[in-house]
Design a protein around this ligand. Sequence first.
Ligand code: HGA
Length: 607
Amino acid sequence: MCGIVGYVGPQDAAPILLEGLGRLEYRGYDSAGLALSAKGGLKVRKVSGRVADLAADLPARFKGAPGIGHTRWATHGEPSETNAHPQLDTAGRIAVVHNGIIENADELRAKLTADGVEFASQTDTEVVAHLVAAAFAAGAGDLEQAVRQALRQVVGAYGLAVLDAEHPDRIVVARNGSPVLLGVGEKEMFVASDVAALIGYTRQVVYLDDGELATITAGGYRTYTLDDRSTAKSPSTIDWDVVGAEIGDHAHYLIKEIQEQPRTIERALKGRIDERFATAHLGGLNLTVREAREIRRVKILGCGTACYAGELGAQLIEDLARVPATAEAASEFRYRNPVVEPDTLYVAVSQSGETIDTLAAVQELQRKGGRVIGIVNVVGSTIARQVDGGIYLHAGPEMSVAATKSFTSTVAAFALLALHLGRIRDLSPEQGRRIIAGLLALPGQVAQILEQEDAIAEVARGIATSNSMLFVGRRRGWPVAREGAQKLKEISYVHAEAYPSAELKHGPLALVSPEMPTVAIVPDDDLLDKNTSTLSEIKARKGPVIAIAHRELPDLADRTLVIPRSEPELDPILLSIPLQILAYHAAVALGRDVDKPRNLAKSVTVE
Ligand code: HGA
């Protein structure tokens, strides 16, 4: 959600800011804006709409540096040009871009209004611009001091960047609960809320921590705290595959990312399989074998798709390691004063590593002494740095809002974790080898499913006209069904509900009719008979059925999408691929904005 980009250096800032904002578009936003330092003061341009609209709206002479830019996802005040960032003080001297929420904004607004300040917008962000101006009016000697004084009055979450017309050589940035990082170039410096904005400019980055500020000038950076204690930080190198973020010849990032899965699953497994001992090697866990053996329970936390991947992870851990495991929405867990046990391993799952609810759950766990590992895609992200150890997905940048490759890579990472925990307990070498062979076969099997895209697209066009759909599955098929329904509704806006198959007759069967199609997950496993009875119940009520199965089910399903067979524990990875393609083509058929579905954002960094 929201994006911040900043630039200080010899080049014109606007093209760099626009390119950076373009790379952050995938996060979801409703308006965009820029502010530049130029002779005669700040130049500001904002639009309610896309970055392309902002670019088209810039006058030819919109030149200068340093500059800051923003894509906003409104929390305080409607999406509009006035509420877009940068927000300015009354004199137009100070410009602020901000991600997050200022919790005491109303109180600060009342105080500033009583002092005669007139507000131009409804945003919480505007108070920061006025507070910085007020700090100067009260005698602050430089921008750093003014920003520190302003932020000492602020309660809430922020990643922000401040430009001052009177200090045209610098940008001051600050972080508290919303990510900000610095990009270090040759005689130039960058600021961003997400490394994706810096692709093509620099790979040297400095991550700010909560409570930290930085001043960047063309010559370098200085980091410090709110009480001006210096915090020496050296840059780290991003090892991102730049090509991973480019759309290439694909119509959408989503289909590109679906098609990348043979390679992304391979990367999740790479260097982590230990054939000799039929186990997984996960160096980043930071758990000794003895500590791993003492784990009595596993609790997995994530939001949305990450939570569904966690439900599959819990089943893998119970199946292979026989350790009780459950998954829960991090957004619920964090608010129920959770009981934290010393012999439980907590696993936080987040593609972006910035999901605020998951981060808050991690912090609550650590405060109570819990041991937390992360399964995260974005290297160096906040959750990745906060946890005690973890597994990186190495899936490359996921630009589409709807998660696909990060989902399958997360389940593959859980399979490795389950194998590791299993093999230090009672999982036999033979069983370990069976799982390894299954894992290594996955990339080729995913590629086989991708070859069926045209057939799946045809089914998708058939369901796109439905008002509502059911997704059903049993045991491992149940989280697959949940994820399938989630994918369909988030990108095509077709209403879909997922149920465990056996729950149908406890209520939702009343909905089944010729107008209500059901997608059924029917792997050829020990529950096949149970699943086929469910299909019979639906057929008896004339409900159309699309089955995802290992063989044709002619009398039970109107269409069967037949996929290759994996090991039963790993089947969910393959079963979920046709559901991704189905959702994608339904969304395309309906003319949806596939990569940026309405109301949603990629990394959910506000509550
Ligand atoms: N609260 C600010 C910024 C919103 C934000 O960070 N969204 O992700 C506003 O509403 O302008």
